[in-house]
Design a protein around this ligand. Structure first.
Ligand SMILES: [Cu+2]
Length: 71
């Protein structure tokens, strides 16, 4: 297991947080996703043997938000 901090642009309300959270949780290997509107980021706990940074990034883009960085 590992964690990533993903900086996200474009979230403006609680609905955005829910879309992003649901998108992240739908990625295979993601165990937890804590999305913060205030900090404009997501802390993702994931099994790195299953989930990839690309899959996580793509899931966020697919629901309409911009990934600024993954660290
Ligand atoms: Cu919103």
């Amino acid at each position: 297991m590992t964690s990533r901090k993903i900086d996200i642009e474009g979230m403006s309300c609680g609905h955005c947080v829910k879309w992003v959270t649901d998108a992240l949780m739908s990625v295979n290997g993601v165990k937890d996703a804590q999305v913060s509107l205030e900090s404009r980021n997501a802390i993702v706990e994931m099994d790195e043997t299953v989930a990839t940074d690309e899959a996580v990034t793509e899931a966020i883009r697919r629901v309409g938000y911009t990934v600024v960085s993954v660290t």
